[in-house]
Design a protein around this ligand. Structure first.
Ligand SMILES: [Zn+2]
Length: 278
């Protein structure tokens, strides 16, 4: 039990083969303040000192600080993910406040990435946070996403999600994709094959409509789906539970039911398949 200081945090190496992190980071130690801050994690057998060290060592990039991001960012920052990059080129709009509790009425017109980073600093000073006030695109995606252990995509359109996925595959970084529209949510962790493009195909590369504007979305749904995505991220990073990759989780907000399906890789996928472009 972590009661007497950093030295008592377990340093045992029991690397899960599917975690993306290496082993060096498990030598990290915690201050007394961190031990208290993360006390409810440290007593969990599936997290413990080792899992918490992995979270501290993790570098996560959150793409999109909208409805999904507004749930993901506090969950990951509170959990002690050591480094968070938040990419969003938008400013806060009045219509965002129905589902994005990171922001306040007085924040309208302010950049979301900077506000989300400010929230993180106030919540947990042990998180290194880097806001990027840019819209991600094909040209900047490789540079913006490189160097992370996990990308969590909560953007609201297929074109951006495919751009992020293609870059993630090329960089060899795991991608957690989360989306919510109307009363339906979906979350999937993609690591290598299958990739997100195997799942949605090539028809949506120019489809950059804002689905929330067109179809609507329940505010509480984005929170549910975003928090589920954060749970999967923490499980992956800490090595807790089964390998969450390769399955799609579907949530129906009108029945309250989650379903999961295993995703097959598409051999013809132009990103991860045999004929992939260089
Ligand atoms: Zn693929």
């Amino acid at each position: 039990m972590p009661t007497g200081g950093a030295a008592e945090v377990e340093l045992r190496l029991d690397q899960r083969p599917w975690t993306t992190l290496g082993t060096n980071e498990t030598q990290m130690t915690f201050s007394d303040e961190e031990l208290t801050r993360y006390a409810r994690h440290l007593v969990l057998p599936q997290i413990g000192g080792q899992g918490q060290q992995r979270l501290k060592a993790a570098r996560v990039c959150v793409v999109g600080a909208g409805g999904i991001g507004a749930a993901v960012v506090p969950a990951l920052a509170g959990a002690g993910v050591g480094s968070l990059t938040i990419i969003d080129g938008d400013t806060v709009d009045l219509s965002n406040l129905q589902r994005q509790p990171l922001y306040r009425s007085r924040d309208i017109g302010e950049p979301k990435a900077a506000l989300a980073a400010q929230f993180v600093r106030r919540l947990n000073p042990f998180v290194e946070v880097r806001p990027i006030e840019r819209r991600i695109d094909k040209l900047n995606a490789p540079d913006l996403l490189a160097g992370h252990d996990l990308i969590l995509d909560g953007t609201d359109n297929f074109a951006t999600r495919l751009t992020v996925s293609d870059a993630a595959v090329k960089l060899g970084i795991a991608l957690l994709s989360a989306a919510a529209v109307q009363f339906q949510g979906q979350v999937g962790l993609f690591r290598g094959k299958p990739c997100y493009r195997c799942f949605v195909g090539d028809a949506h590369d120019t489809d950059d409509c804002d689905t929330c504007v067109e179809l609507g979305v329940l505010g509480a749904l984005t929170g549910t789906v975003g928090n589920f995505a954060a749970l999967m991220a923490i499980r992956m990073l800490a090595g807790a539970g089964d390998d969450p990759a390769g399955k799609l989780h579907l949530f129906d907000g009108l029945t309250g039911e989650w379903r999961q399906m295993r995703l097959p890789a598409d051999p013809g996928c132009r990103t991860c398949g045999e004929q992939r472009s260089p």
